[in-house]
Design a protein around this ligand. Structure first.
Ligand code: SF4
Ligand code: SF4
Length: 334
């Protein structure tokens, strides 16, 4: 078990990311939670924004809530809506308290605006005083946000993407760890771009300053695979060769499938286009990728992009989506 910053929580370094609950049933959610319990995973992270995730988890945790630390988060930025969201989370999760409530995906430009009298942070402080939440955290895709959060002393945990191809948070995670701020890694598989899950988890767990990685898991097998890594996560020479190869193949301009760019006004399913291109170029599944691309609606394909630019301003990784979609067309429609 790992001391989770200064929160007083003791957690397993492999936690559970609740995004995939959205694509499975209540019954399958129960099976995943059964497996978490068996494997000793005791940190569960979800979000108000993950549709039915909180509700399914609440049902699955009935009668065993005390065995887990529950973290959730809200995109609310003002006082009233955050207050409301905390109540909804408590109801959905069927609990009197939430162990960690996080401000979800705070962009660097809005960081300074969350602390005023009628802003969200005040609602979190009040909920903490009332015992409805135990700790306050923050999540972001923007480095400046978490840097400021660690400096401020206002947040007990930070959550940021970190994986083989995205390690720009190294320094801020180290600093957070030194200061007793809990460190949570999201996107350990770079949104599915890295297909060797064991290697991806080893890479993260071998960093001592990271408290917990929270891969999204939707089957008991995945829970077993990810927790097995805890038995030995020392990187071998062979692992390092593979890591170098993955880094050079993916570079930094790749889609993490966070879907913040959606909806596109034209209906282009942006991340799906990049995913299929990846299957074509990286995994040698050319025919399959082309078939799947053709199976998309005409409006959903990369070629339907009219270059309005609406998506690019929403992408937290500042990807040149328009140019990248042109590459998709060149690859999959040639
Ligand atoms: S630039 Fe293209 S993909 Fe992006 S929102 Fe506009 S039409 Fe959609
Ligand atoms: S293009 Fe950017 S915003 Fe859209 S899914 Fe990919 S990483 Fe996320």
């Amino acid at each position: 078990m790992r001391k989770f910053g200064n929160t007083g929580m003791e957690i397993k370094r492999v936690g559970f990311g609740g995004i995939p609950i959205q694509r499975i049933s209540q019954e399958d959610t129960n099976k995943v939670i059964d497996e978490l319990e068996k494997c000793g995973v005791n940190f569960i992270d979800t979000a108000r924004g993950y549709t039915i995730s909180e509700e399914y988890l609440g049902n699955a945790l009935k009668g065993r809530r005390e065995k887990f630390y529950i973290a959730t988060k809200s995109m609310s930025r003002n006082y009233e809506s955050m207050k409301k969201d905390i109540e909804i989370s408590l109801k959905n999760l069927q609990t009197d308290y939430i162990d960690l409530y996080q401000m979800h995906n705070v962009k660097p430009a809005e960081y300074d605006t969350i602390f005023g009298e009628d802003r969200a942070y005040r609602a979190l402080l009040e909920a903490k005083e009332a015992g409805k939440i135990k700790h306050i955290g923050i999540t972001s895709h923007g480095l400046e946000t978490v840097e400021k959060a660690v400096e401020s002393g206002k947040f007990e945990t930070i959550q940021f993407p970190y994986n083989i191809v995205e390690n720009q948070a190294d320094e801020v995670f180290k600093k957070a760890h030194e200061k007793g701020v809990g460190t949570i890694v999201m996107k350990p598989l770079a949104g599915g771009a890295i297909d060797d899950g064991t290697l991806a988890m080893k890479y993260i767990l071998s960093r001592e300053y990271i408290d917990v990685a929270i891969p999204g898991m939707d089957t008991p097998e995945q829970v077993r695979e990810n927790t097995a890594v805890l038995e030995n996560f020392e990187l071998t020479e062979e692992d390092n060769v593979k890591i170098t190869k993955i880094k050079s193949e993916l570079g930094t301009n790749f889609c993490r499938r966070c879907e913040y760019c959606l909806p596109c006004p034209q209906g282009v399913i942006i991340p799906q286009n990049f995913l299929l291109e990846g299957y074509y170029t990286r995994y040698g599944l050319q025919d399959w990728a082309i078939d799947r691309y053709k199976a998309l609606g005409e409006d959903q394909r990369a070629s339907n992009c009219v270059e309005c630019g609406a998506c690019e301003s929403k992408c937290p990784y500042e990807l040149p989506i328009i140019e990248m979609l042109k590459n998709v067309v060149n690859t999959l429609e040639k």
